[in-house]
Design a protein around this ligand. Structure first.
Ligand SMILES: Cc1cc2nc3c(=O)[nH]c(=O)nc-3n(C[C@H](O)[C@H](O)[C@H](O)COP(=O)(O)OP(=O)(O)OC[C@H]3O[C@@H](n4cnc5c(N)ncnc54)[C@H](O)[C@@H]3O)c2cc1C
Length: 348
């Protein structure tokens, strides 16, 4: 099967790209994954309850409900959604080849949008599964303003820039924020560390790890505390805390692109600033897979739009070249089986 454009992923970036490309009549095919990267189709938002910062929903909206709506919108304009995970790609020549899981025969595409996202690292502490989203979060910007954290003692785990940023952000809402650092010093940049240490509502505890999350015993009970251990002395103590925020990093889902698509030291795809262009012509990246800074649904959706417009421009130019070359070469495939025309976005 050949498609003009294949989207890999199913979060806000993938579905925004799908809406734009299907409305441009490019008949995108979207592989939404089958528990790809350990997350259900729909991406990270399917692991949360209320999303309160996505514009258009003044009363908030459930994470899964929002993703269901995005999926329905992609389908409405003709996106073909396939519930399979792409396992392997060959980007060495066009058309690109992609292998869905459990298949030997590749599908091909003239352009690819990588929107495979990332997953927040967890510590898998005892009590974590019970209090996840009932006090435990991996995103201060997403969840910090929720009423259960207001004027309550909060804890951030991590010693890097993200931990510092999250702690200072949370200090707006909580009564106090304790940052637990496993080692003897912060890994955050000097400026960030200085600001954090000077913050009147933040305490940094070094050589300290959390060993258990405790809380209300009932079904949807909230967390109320943490068990801590001093890694030097081995001393243990209980601490009151109504919120626990992990800032221990994210893992972008990029393994199958290693060595071909340029990545940074943390395996995030590198895109040309302000665009979705990767180092491989015809391969675009959008969403958290290429963004380790903002990591929000709305920024992912925005970059999905950029990727769609840039893929559309790329396909239109490939078609122009084919016309000039008398329709020779593989890009003929970009015209689709029926040889139908499509219109480039007039803005680009
Ligand atoms: C608990 C939690 C709460 C959050 N709350 C908010 C919030 O309130 N507001 C906000 O703006 N942001 C929030 N975020 C962040 C937000 O979810 C992400 O920024 C956003 O989902 C990233 O979107 P994305 O399009 O990059 O893809 P993701 O949401 O990361 O999804 C990508 C998906 O693509 C699929 N996939 C991966 N690999 C493959 C493959 N090989 N083949 C096929 N499919 C594949 C998987 O299903 C994967 O999960 C939250 C995140 C978490 C973890």
């Amino acid at each position: 099967m050949h498609s003009k454009v294949v989207i890999i992923g199913s979060g806000p970036a993938a579905h925004t790209a799908a809406v734009y490309l299907s409305r441009a009549e490019l008949k995108p095919v979207l592989y939404e994954g089958m528990l790809a990267n350990g997350i259900a189709a729909g991406g990270q938002l399917t692991t949360t309850t209320d999303v309160e910062n996505y514009p258009g929903f003044p009363g908030g909206i459930g994470g899964s409900e929002l993703m269901d709506a995005m999926r329905a919108q992609s389908e409405r304009f003709g996106t073909k959604i396939i519930s399979e995970t792409i396992e392997k790609v060959d980007l060495s020549s066009r058309p690109f080849k992609l292998w869905p899981e459990y298949t030997d025969e590749p599908v091909t595409a003239s352009a690819i949008i990588i929107a495979t996202g990332a997953s927040a690292r967890r510590l898998h502490l005892p009590g974590e599964a019970k209090y996840w989203q009932n006090g435990i979060s991996a995103c201060a910007v997403c969840d910090g303003a929720v009423p259960i954290f207001r004027q309550k003692p909060l804890v951030v785990i991590g010693g890097g820039d993200s931990a510092a940023e999250e702690a200072m952000f949370l200090a707006k809402y909580g009564s106090h924020v304790t940052v637990l650092v496993r080692g003897a010093k912060l890994r955050a940049s000097k400026t960030m560390a200085k600001r954090l240490l000077a913050h009147p509502k933040v305490t940094v505890r070094y050589n300290t790890v959390a060993t258990e999350v405790t809380g209300e015993p009932e079904d949807r009970g909230l967390m109320t505390g943490l068990r801590l251990r001093d890694v030097v002395s081995g001393a243990e103590e209980d601490m009151r805390a109504n919120g626990l925020f992990y800032a221990v990093g994210h893992d972008p889902a990029t393994a199958m692109f290693k060595g071909v698509v340029d990545m940074d030291a943390e395996s995030y795809i590198v895109t040309k600033p302000g665009t979705s262009y990767t180092n491989v012509e015809g391969v675009f990246a959008a969403g958290d897979v290429q963004d380790k800074r903002y990591r929000q649904a709305i920024t992912s959706a925005g970059s999905g739009c950029i990727a769609a417009l840039e893929a559309e421009k790329f396909l239109a130019e490939a078609e122009d070249e084919d016309v000039e070359d008398g329709m020779e070469g593989e890009n003929q495939a970009a015209k689709g089986a029926g040889g139908e025309e499509y219109r480039s976005n007039p803005l680009l």
